[in-house]
Write a protein that binds this ligand. Structure first.
Ligand code: UDP
Ligand code: MG
Length: 312
């Protein structure tokens, strides 16, 4: 049977970008036509309240290669990207922002890297056009941290313009602010990762959807990611060692209590506190063991849970 093979899927998360979508669509289309490969553009409307959806529907009438996914509410960029990746049918999947800050002209270069054999190609906004103090500096610091914790050496993990082999991106689960960590998550899957310098433009229309508080959210996700990378593969061992630490503290506390007890004029209150502490520690140790078992159950049997709602 002859299958209709699709080569490239472009995934774009979009939230209130009414002035940008038409321009973006034609810029992407122009580049893709030049490549002479089959493609689809998946625009995920993350619950926009402006005219974005109307614009998208209008464009779709002229271009059946545009697919629209509409969220019931604003679930965030990671969720929108995840929905786009889930729907993507292409052999290669490209992700980019919907605000014209990324340049579709860079897409062929990213695809060439995939053809060379890489699984993930990440853009590097070497000449980034954003505010220095509010955006570039926090982003540099975050990037350093992310690199040192995840062990994936990239100059700019926060760049949205990225390309993936389908097998790799389909295995990655995104939630929270995790789209920033896709390379690290991909590394877990054994992906070969590289980066290329890409263009970056200042935002012409619409507003940035983020402010400085994002840095904190990213850091929160970074801590859970660190846990994830290091321990989630084997949670019983991780929580088991926490249990062991609690038991050891309990053991030494018992010895301490016994020594006080053997003194002639010991204080009952102190002994009581120490014994309570021992009970608490033993209880905590049991809790850790159970959490470990539960976590391993989730890791090994957990199904992909959708954290966004699509309006049909
Ligand atoms: N975006 C989204 N949902 C959100 C916030 C942002 O889909 O809740 C989209 C947004 O429309 C844009 C991309 O994610 O296409 C990046 O957002 P933005 O340009 O505001 O981020 P910045 O470039 O300022 O980091
Ligand atoms: Mg932007």
């Amino acid at each position: 049977m002859l299958e209709n093979k699709l080569n490239i899927s472009i995934v774009v998360p979009i939230y209130n970008e009414e002035e940008n979508v038409a321009l973006l669509h034609s810029a992407i289309s122009e580049v893709m036509r030049g490549l002479n490969q089959s493609y689809e553009i998946i625009m995920v409307d993350d619950g926009s309240q402006d005219g974005t959806l109307t614009q998208l529907r209008r464009i779709q009438k002229t271009d059946p290669r545009l697919r629209i996914i509409k969220f019931r509410g604003n679930f965030g960029q990671s969720a929108a990207m995840a929905a786009g990746f889930e729907a993507a049918r292409g052999e290669f999947v490209v992700a980019m922002d919907g605000d014209l800050q990324n340049d579709p002209k860079d897409i062929p270069m990213l695809l060439r890297k995939l053809e060379e054999g890489f699984d993930v190609v990440s853009g590097w906004r070497k000449n980034r056009k954003d505010k220095l103090v509010l955006r570039k500096i926090p982003s540099k610091i975050a990037n350093r941290l992310i690199c040192s914790i995840t062990g994936v050496r990239l100059h700019d993990t926060g760049c949205s313009l990225k390309a993936f082999r389908r097998e790799v991106i389909k295995r990655i689960r995104l939630y929270g602010e995790l789209h920033r960590f896709i390379p690290a998550l991909a590394k877990l899957e054994g992906a070969r990762i590289t980066e290329v310098v890409v263009n970056h433009h200042p935002r012409k229309f619409g507003k940035s959807k983020y402010n400085i508080t994002r840095t904190f959210r990213v850091l929160m996700d970074l801590t859970s990611l660190n846990l994830f990378l290091k321990h989630l593969r084997n949670p019983v061992r991780f929580f088991g060692s926490l249990a062991l630490i609690a038991l050891m503290i309990a053991f030494f506390t018992t010895i301490w209590a016994a020594r006080i007890w053997m003194e002639n004029n010991f204080e009952t209150a102190t002994i009581n506190i120490l014994i309570t502490l021992v009970f608490l520690l033993v209880f905590t140790a049991f809790q850790f063991v159970f959490i470990g078992l539960l976590a391993s159950l989730i890791v090994h049997t957990g199904k992909k849970k959708l954290f966004y709602l699509i309006e049909s």
